[in-house]
Ligand binder design. Structure first.
Ligand code: AHR
Length: 501
């Protein structure tokens, strides 16, 4: 198929917030315990954190991490995770029907995050708890000294406050499964009052209010309107969550779900604009897409296992094996985030290790990078700077979730400081090579720095311990001449083309 495309130096979508490539990790399954933390593992450091896993995280160049939940946070007492480890209570985690040992709490997690250069994005419990506990938590985390909670932190060996800026006001409060689930108005009022209290403590702290758990919730998108009408002026972001599946094995429809995500973002951007206008507000609210990933491979098995559980500690849960098809899909999804980066400022892959994660680690065994690790890494490394509009003129297809889906999915970023342009391209066609000509208007002197490609795998192929066949390799066959990028892109292939401009 022939595809003509173009970018133009002046046609900018907007500045990409680095936090578009953030991540999420929750106290659930083996994400924390025997994921990032496993004292006694041959790779464990002095604090019990796995060096092999840490290195894989470091290589992703992630700017920030959302913690500690998720559904977990809605019945979590953060104080259970501070002070001497031997005194910490073991609790029942109501969200995931497991036991929580509390051997990792805020101070241990902060050491890990600091070592990896990650800013923490902390969620407060607005399910079983409320303003008072959120306030205490922030005082422990952010206040310098001279108060009960800040001095308690210092007595735990942490002299300087963490100065955490990003705060999530609960998690998925629209979901009937959530401990402390609320109606929109009820939650909106609580979020508003909590945000006000937290901002007294940390002026300039950024508040993230819960949107719908996904765009299939019966209350979507009225939930967002109802919540924002209560708290618009006191929040900075509204969260979106979405998980994707392909149980029907309809690859093109699966890829088309990226268009559905675009509609989701567009709808919530519209709700934000509506409430802003209604309130005559001056401030802007942006989107924080703080849970996204593929999640379907092990769902049935997990719910079966779950039935017979007797509150296990760190059970294997949501340990999806990602395949090549998922990697192509994630490439397209990240492209959509780049294209919508004028409204989406923060996005978190959910999650980071073991639980629906790009990184897997066996207890007392090796760690490995799943297929989806690579498009996430490529976007995080090279999708910085300014997002550029891309016009694509080529064949399209219709599927259940969307019409007119471009077979060739393209996003472009311009990093002015580095003097580079990056193109992220997925050929979604099942069997046709894309014969691409992409005009680089305003970048006529562009030269090729690098071309990385993931292609040629069976759609169901996966990586595993000691075997990671799905990974980028140096590409052949794209060239830049007189301001045009040309090349033949194989069916079902993922590309990152980097240009010096
Ligand atoms: O990421 C797994 C779970 O998915 C989270 O705990 C919850 O927020 C969402 O429903």
């Amino acid at each position: 198929m022939k595809v003509n495309a173009a970018i133009h130096r002046a046609f900018e979508i907007g500045r990409i917030d680095d936090r578009l490539y953030a991540a999420f990790i929750e106290h659930m399954g083996r994400a924390i315990y025997s994921g990032i933390y496993e004292p006694g593992h041959p790779q464990a450091d002095a604090n019990g954190f796995r060096r092999d896993v840490a290195q894989m995280v470091r290589d992703l160049n992630i700017p920030a991490i959302r913690y500690p939940g998720g559904n977990f946070v809605s019945a979590y007492n953060w104080e259970d995770g501070i002070g001497p480890k031997e005194d910490r209570p073991v609790r029942l985690d109501l969200a995931w029907r497991s036991k929580e040992s509390n051997q990792v709490g805020i101070n241990e997690f902060a050491v890990w995050a600091e070592e990896l250069g990650l800013d923490m994005m902390l969620a407060v419990n607005l399910g079983s708890r409320g303003i008072s506990d959120a306030r205490n938590f922030m005082e422990y985390v952010n206040h310098p000294s001279g108060t009960y909670w800040s001095d308690l932190r210092r007595s735990h060996g942490v002299e300087a406050p963490y100065n955490v800026k990003m705060w999530c006001l609960g998690n998925e409060m629209d979901g009937p499964w959530q401990i402390g689930h609320k109606e929109a108005k009820e939650y909106g009022r609580l979020a508003d009052e909590t945000a006000k209290a937290l901002r007294q403590l940390t002026p300039g702290a950024e508040m993230i209010v819960c949107g719908s758990s996904n765009d299939e919730m019966p209350t979507y998108p009225d939930w967002e309107r109802g919540v924002l009408e209560e708290c618009y002026e006191n929040v900075d972001y509204i969260s979106l969550h979405k998980y994707f599946g392909n149980s029907s094995r309809d690859t093109l429809n699966f890829f088309g779900k990226v268009e559905e995500t675009g509609r989701y973002i567009q709808a919530i951007a519209g709700v934000i604009d509506f409430v802003k206008a209604k309130k005559r507000a001056k401030n802007d609210v942006y989107i924080c897409f703080d849970e996204w990933n593929v999640w379907y491979h092990k769902r049935a098995q997990d719910s079966e296992n779950w039935k017979s559980w007797d509150w296990p500690e760190a059970p294997a849960l949501l340990e999806e094996d990602y395949n090549f098809e998922d990697a192509l899909f994630i490439g397209c999804l990240l492209n959509e985030f780049i294209r919508r980066s004028d409204r989406v400022k923060i996005a978190c892959i959910a999650q980071l290790v073991n639980v629906i994660a790009p990184i897997r680690a066996e207890a007392d065994g090796p760690a490995w990078r799943q297929s989806i690790y690579w498009p996430y890494q490529m976007a995080s490394l090279y999708g910085r700077g300014t997002a550029l509009r891309v016009s694509v003129d080529g064949p399209t297809y219709n599927c259940t979730v969307a019409d007119d889906v471009d077979y060739l999915d393209v996003a472009a970023t311009h990093d002015e400081q580095a003097g580079t342009v990056s193109l992220f391209i997925v050929n979604r066609h099942l069997d046709e090579t894309a014969d691409l000509r992409l005009a680089l208007t305003g970048f006529e002197a562009a030269t090729l720095i690098d071309h990385q490609v993931i292609e040629g795998h069976d759609l169901r192929a996966t990586n595993g311990p000691g075997s990671e066949p799905i990974a980028p390799v140096k590409g052949q066959g794209v060239a830049v001449e007189d301001g045009t990028l040309g090349g033949a892109l194989a069916p079902l292939s993922y590309h990152v083309v980097r240009l010096k401009v």
